[in-house]
Design a protein around this ligand. Sequence first.
Ligand SMILES: Nc1ncnc2c1ncn2[C@@H]1O[C@H](COP(=O)(O)OP(=O)(O)OP(=O)(O)O)[C@@H](O)[C@H]1O
Ligand SMILES: [Mg+2]
Length: 451
Amino acid sequence: MRKMTNRLVLLGFLLGVLFWIFDSYIDASFFGKESFAQTFFNPSIFEIYIRSFVMLLFLAFSIYVETIITILKKTEAELKRVSHQNKLILDSAGEGIFGLDLQGNITFLNPSVVNLTGYDEKELIGKNSHNLIHRLKQDGTPFPKDDCPICAAYRDGVVRHEENDVFWRKDGTSFPVEYVSTPILEKNVLIGAVVVFKDISDRKKMEETHLENMRLLVANKAKSGFLANMSHELRTPLNSIIGFSELLKQRSGLNEKQEHYIENILKSSKHLLELIDDILDISKVEAGKIELTIEKTSLIGIINETVSLIKDNAQKNNISLIKELDPQLDIIEADKRRIKQVLFNLLSNSIKFSKKEGGIATIKTKKEGDMVKISVSDTGIGINVDKMERLFKSFEQLDSGSARKYGGAGLGLVISKQLVELHGGKIMAESKEGEGTTFTFLLPLMKKEKN
Ligand SMILES: Nc1ncnc2c1ncn2[C@@H]1O[C@H](COP(=O)(O)OP(=O)(O)OP(=O)(O)O)[C@@H](O)[C@H]1O
Ligand SMILES: [Mg+2]
């Protein structure tokens, strides 16, 4: 401001001095009254008035011009700032933004339009947007301009919002879009529209995945329901086969061959029943139909009962069963039958996957805070590190030949995991191939009240 005032005073002063010289010259040359020096240094009072008045006029004029220039400069700077800001906003918007005139020709666009459509700016500006990127519908049939919501906005001045449409790229492929077409008014006169659109491919994919998951969930529930029903239907005749085979076996007078056949029928039926029970359990768990009966029960009792169930099998396979039980730990709150089932699964695996020469299976218990730690270790064939993560998956047997070699359906560990987790616990495995495996599961000592 100070700089401007100094400049104006100097300009006014200079113009004043120039006028003073000019006027003295005119007076001396044309009117010839006095010499130039006399009229310059010693003017009459009238001339002083005139010259001072003109000098003031010059000064006022300079101030006026300077003020106008300053205002213009400020306006220009503000305009530059605003348009730079607008450009930044347009350039950084992830959405494609373009303007249309009343014919539907593109008047401006941001870089996202170029990125999303594959056309460059020159190919878009001045061109009809509908013909370029919106000429076809989702099903590939022509999209008449009269039905186009974008065009409707600059025709009738009403905002259009479309959530599910497609735009077409330069390479002929399409992409799903959501857009808003807003009319542009200038002094209440419709002059075009601005379109803001976004590529909704990711949203569509997420929606499809969600739908697919829902479909799978329903199918899975139906499958579990079917399995549960089927297992139930299968058990009934199987139980009668087992019952009658046992009756037959007890009859005297059977020859050796007949006894052998009956023995085979019994063995196979019992194996089948075990499988069906496992499948029933799995489907119940998946359908969320297993309900635990939690009660105060003796952990030592559970272990002893399980060991006596499996003792013969262990002996046959030359496995010594060892118990290392925490003397501080006995009564826990759990579903006795289900914990027995988990222990039985783990112990039968220790025996099943033992080495030819036999080995040791150890059951350990330990109280850890408000949890119970139970582990079953063996000195068997062990598990390959790469296969550990598949351990607790349904129908997974780590060796493809496992079913033939060892029997089983690959359900024992899945069921065990689910049962332990239903108790609010967790199960883990550690193993070294060729050396042995330890399965450890943690259970809450007391039943956890649900919030
Ligand atoms: N103690 C173990 N030592 C070595 N491998 C084991 C042991 N326990 C489980 N596995 C491996 O994990 C796989 C899955 O075990 P899981 O108990 O779920 O199924 P399974 O014993 O094969 O069949 P099922 O238990 O249904 O009769 C087994 O096939 C085996 O390859
Ligand atoms: Mg098993």
